[in-house]
Design a binder for this molecule. Sequence first.
Ligand SMILES: Cc1cc2nc3c(=O)[nH]c(=O)nc-3n(C[C@H](O)[C@H](O)[C@H](O)COP(=O)(O)OP(=O)(O)OC[C@H]3O[C@@H](n4cnc5c(N)ncnc54)[C@H](O)[C@@H]3O)c2cc1C
Ligand code: SF4
Length: 363
Amino acid sequence: MRRETGLLMAGDDPAGGQWNFDHDNRKALPGNVRPPKRKRFEPDEITRDVMALAAARFAHHFGDLEPFGWAVTCEGALEALDHFITECLPRFGDYQDAMKTDNAFLYHSVISPYLNIGLLTAREVCEAAEATYDNGAAPLNAVEGFIRQILGWREYVRGIYWLKMPGYADSNFLNATRPLPAFYWTGGTDMNCLAHAIGDTKRHAYAHHIQRLMITGNFALLAGIAPGEVEAWYLLVYADAFEWVALPNTHGMVLFADGGMLASKPYAASGAYINRMSDYCAGCRYDPKIKVGEKACPFNILYWDFLIRNQALLARNPRMAMPYRNLAKMDAAHKSRLQAEAATFLDGLGDGYTSDTQLTLEL
Ligand SMILES: Cc1cc2nc3c(=O)[nH]c(=O)nc-3n(C[C@H](O)[C@H](O)[C@H](O)COP(=O)(O)OP(=O)(O)OC[C@H]3O[C@@H](n4cnc5c(N)ncnc54)[C@H](O)[C@@H]3O)c2cc1C
Ligand code: SF4
């Protein structure tokens, strides 16, 4: 796609001599780095009318109606893009995977709704980013990483959807059948990372990619939540949600329900990853360093239970070799304890209620 579009190219070679600079990216956010305040837009008259209608008819639906800060015109979307390009893009790559309790947006662009409804085009966004590299205002690791999200990931998931639908959503490779826990609709859980990722979602109709993938998504994967229920949730709660983009991300990337068509391995992670990339664990009643028992982080228990439960399906995946080698070193008594604690924890999640129930209740 870089060759086809000419973006970040030096002749036939990639600018900077490499296609990908991820090894420079994805750092945790140090305490002394303060992301810029985000640009917000006052609701205009039409928006206020629609907000009044939504308040009257859907007051009990998931999500906060106010404050509403999205742009609703092409001019506004271009202003939002400009703000991102000048204030945030230079540090986008560095802190792309970081998560922070008091900041939902960090250095992300927050432009996906504008792209998806056509207020911005993918090409103009990529060209605006490229120009900052050309004029020395942003480093290549940031610009390449950002352009790859749009030119790479966004186009790729779009391709999967149009190539594989209908039928793509029917698979359930990991045989996941558990109902969606009720806390996905309330944020009411002791797991601080989930409470914050769901809280951000409720407040802003936004959570950034790593919150979607490694917090709400990771939990759904590890807990074995039924794909249809997880997909319905993602499609309902985000301002940027459209089936062509939400479905492959959820079904393929998050849940591995397609058996590896979209992603080469499940994005399963224990509490150690969340602790490394966020400040959530400091305020949690669980401890990411404890593996079993009352204080153990549920992601730790569920991670190993997930590997044990799906061993027959995943152990031959070369990218899962390392976790399964570690599992092989575990003694049988410890494995049984993990499985028993996981079963107790999962039973404690209750029956949950599905998006259908939610909609029926609200309508
Ligand atoms: C389970 C799950 C569901 C998702 N559902 C949606 C959805 O309904 N609509 C949607 O637009 N994105 C979706 N994404 C992708 C991604 O999380 C959002 O595009 C991104 O968080 C939007 O925030 P941003 O504009 O600040 O993105 P940035 O981090 O600033 O990235 C820039 C742009 O790259 C594009 N992008 C980045 N990653 C992806 C990706 N994996 N797939 C498609 N585009 C990507 C988006 O257009 C985004 O605006 C989903 C991801 C997951 C894991
Ligand atoms: S300890 Fe575990 S549950 Fe708590 S915030 Fe950290 S990762 Fe989440």
